[in-house]
Design a protein around this ligand. Sequence first.
Ligand code: C2E
Ligand code: CA
Ligand code: CA
Ligand code: CA
Length: 279
Amino acid sequence: AKSKGGHNYQFFNESMNRNAVRRLQVENQLRQALRNNHLRVVYQPKVSLTNFNYVGVEALARLQIPGVGMMSPIEFIPLAEETGLIIEMGEQVLRQTCRDMRHWLEQGHELGRVAVNLSAKQFLQPDLTQRILTILAEEQVSPHALELEITEGVVMDDPEHAITIMTELNQHGIQLALDDFGTGYSSLAYLKRFPIQTLKIDKTFVDDINAAERDRNMVASIVAMAHNLGLNVVAEGVVNHDQAATLSRLNCEYAQGYLFAKPLSSDALLEQLNAPALI
Ligand code: C2E
Ligand code: CA
Ligand code: CA
Ligand code: CA
């Protein structure tokens, strides 16, 4: 038993080592990508469930690693948060998004509001609003064209502070969405007080919306509550027609998901918009 334990220990050590090496690797790749302008932004359309028109897009970060390809944010966002690199990354994403927005306008496309994800560390910056307004002004994009997606976890960490920042952003015309709703621990008391305009229902509720009555009832309740609070509702991760039909029946008006469109490069998005039939 003792030798087996020793073996296990060594294995544990090696895998910890591999993990540490991997983390260092990703951190270096992230630093280089930020320095060398290898950060990419892709855009996933949001559609109306009534007429399937595009009503906006969400900007999603990608890392272009030379010789390797695209790295998913699932892999680099947590590390970016830990190292603080997320602040520089988030600002680069916002700047690139603004540039693409101007390009779409110049090509004659009005894509509705464009949503950018905000990280916990960014949200804690005391001068967040000013930093965002500066980038918008430099890139000549109106604050009214921007929406920020913030997760429940981020705002519930210090809800009173969150309300102050959110109110400030709102006063400048920037809209706010509560992301991944249902996976965190928002209290209803705060939900009422947050100056948000949109709730995004997390994919985990949408996954089983037809298979599980409980999930369907949850979504129905969230939609009803959101509407009572005067909020828009977007369902995330819609992959089939049955889910879209059920969401529509439950009065959810907007959705995002592979059924409608995957995240697309700015050019691919324009190509889709120029194509004769959308869906
Ligand atoms: P999120 O904000 O909840 O974004 C939705 C994620 O679900 C995206 O993954 C999107 O590609 C994916 N998705 C959309 N529709 C479907 C679908 O029908 N099926 C499935 N299986 N997935 C779908 P992605 O792009 O890998 O991003 C993952 C997470 O990384 C995001 O989750 C967000 O929390 C974070 N993230 C991405 N870009 C940024 C960024 O610029 N800044 C910050 N702070 N976080 C970001
Ligand atoms: Ca999001
Ligand atoms: Ca989400
Ligand atoms: Ca998510």
